[in-house]
Design a binder for this molecule. Sequence first.
Ligand code: ZN
Length: 390
Amino acid sequence: MKKFICMVFGMLLGCIFILPAFYCNAQTTAISEDINSKVYDLQQNAFKYYQVKHKGALGIPISYSCAESEAGDIRKYTVEPKYSEYINGNKVEITISQVNVTGSADNFNSILKDNKYIKDIKLDKLDDNTAKVDIETSGKIDIKINPVKRRYLSLGDNRYEFTTFIDVTFKEKVKDNSKIIIVDPGHGGSELGTTANFTYEKQLNLDISKRVKENLEKAGYRVYITRDDDSNVGLLDRTDPANLLNADLFFSVHNNSLPLDVNMQCVHMFRGTTVLYNSTAPKPGREFATILMREVSRTIKTNTYPLQDRPNLVVLSSAWCPAVLMETTVETDDGDTKMMMHRINSQKVADASLRAVNKYFRHMKENNIPKMLCKIGTHTGILFFKMCFK
Ligand SMILES: [Zn+2]
């Protein structure tokens, strides 16, 4: 009887764990047959490099452009680079097949400048469809290589560019569990953002963001800022550092506008602070959005209006870590703008942001304990299954 119960329970677990795996494998085989015949682009001039304390990440972009009719569901389409890696001491060799090398390698110098982990990069074409990337590192670092998907990029006329980075990460051999946060000052350069009351949104965003970065760094977080001057930054270039550095949080800083012809009732209702997030993201930022909105509005005494779920906003749908976009104030509202003209209030926003980040990670840590218990439960189930069928 005992054996019978054990078998029934084992079979039940089998249905839960093994059948879905068969199903997934069958699907992968069908997709990979199609992918096997494709030659992708390796864009030499689109290599990416980001660095925070104790960690660096190099992204080797492997791309494919095609019409929507060829790609099918553009949100699910994935470029799967074919590569092999060889790491020996301070030398890393990555051989990539089924690629056509495009562009020039003229951005390698800017990648090597002030680079803590990479001394040299070389790209050689071994034959028409094979390339080798040689990286010389500073040594005594841990190196990991993983594919990291980028969100699709619209090229217009129903054509899209799909990219997967071969992400080479360099980690110093020190124990550093401090969280990595990407701070993103909205707009910049020719993208002015809202212009109202003699204020450019891009300047206000940068001022707040720099203060947020400084606060977070002082508190021990590792921070990468997507721009620290008045330059243009592409939308996907803002979330690339989050994905390549495997960040813990993406935090975009904006100030909102309301159309000038809306009625006063609306202006009163929608002036103040809100935070946008994406409920369909792999790790939605709703929890941080909630904490951040409360903390900021309470500090600078702005109105709040409900959090906004914006799955189609590019920066929120292209970061694989929890991502939020804060509309700090409404710039077209006279009261909000007058307040933000005083730099002390930018500092207050930055101080409130730090408190929100601290609260958020504390909250996540406390929430992790039930998840860990759940994991232990699953492992026990698998162990039980193995014991019955060995
Ligand atoms: Zn904006």
